[in-house]
Design a protein around this ligand. Structure first.
Ligand SMILES: C[S@@+](CC[C@H](N)C(=O)[O-])C[C@H]1O[C@@H](n2cnc3c(N)ncnc32)[C@H](O)[C@@H]1O
Length: 200
């Protein structure tokens, strides 16, 4: 596994990430945060060969699944960061991301755990400069308090425009969504919601 990971991992260290070097000839860079079993990331990579996709996932079993998916599909446009997404985001050039996916992030359902949730104002403040103007971010959850909290964080930031114009936009999975393993477990306390934002 170590050899396979070396072949497609984002280089470590503190140096800024050179996306041209990592994805030569690709027209766009996408980021999936917490890809879990990697089913969404690998399918998106196959469907979107013009995009280079960076997937972040500290859970080793998930990383192994991503490597297996890359092997099975021959996708050459995925790079894996087997760790916390935040140090990776810090190393990305400004205005470099075209799409970001945060699908069913760890829910931390108890009130005292909410501060551990990934999507918070400080996280969005860190992510926003890395995203191109007009780029897209998708957030999904099946935990009501996280949906409320995340929506408030995105909208109060003021730089993320919510594309929804009817309830169906957030109640129904978007046409290009790929069902994830966690989503099928239905462990949350509400039906899944999908929030698509456009970055100002
Ligand atoms: C509830 S799971 C959902 C996985 C997948 N997105 C899905 O829908 O099946 C959340 C995932 O996010 C990962 N994760 C948690 N914190 C993270 C972080 N700071 N950076 C990257 N991944 C993270 C966890 O290891 C876990 O696999």
């Amino acid at each position: 596994m170590a050899e396979k990971l070396d072949a497609c991992r984002v280089p470590g260290g503190d140096a800024p990430i050179d996306l041209q070097l990592m994805f030569p000839g690709k027209q766009a860079c996408w980021l999936e945060i917490g890809f879990g079993g990697a089913e969404h990331m690998i399918t998106q990579a196959v469907h979107n060969p013009a995009a280079g996709i960076i997937g972040c996932e500290p859970f080793l079993e998930g990383v192994a699944k991503a490597l297996a998916g890359i092997d099975e599909t021959g996708a050459d446009n995925v790079r894996v960061w087997p760790d916390d997404t935040r140090p990776l985001i810090a190393r990305l050039p400004d205005n470099s991301l075209d799409r970001v996916f945060i699908l069913f992030p760890d829910p931390w359902p108890k009130r005292r755990q909410h501060k551990r949730r990934l999507v918070q104002p400080a996280f969005l403040a860190m992510l926003h400069p890395k995203m191109k103007s007009g780029s897209q971010i998708r957030f999904a959850t099946d935990v009501k308090s996280y949906a409320d909290e995340a929506l408030l964080a995105f909208l109060s930031d003021g730089r993320f425009e919510w594309a929804a114009n009817s309830a169906d936009n957030w109640r129904r999975a978007p046409a290009d969504h790929v069902t994830t393993r966690y989503e099928t477990k239905q462990l949350g306390d509400c039906r899944p919601v999908w929030f698509d934002f456009r970055v100002r």
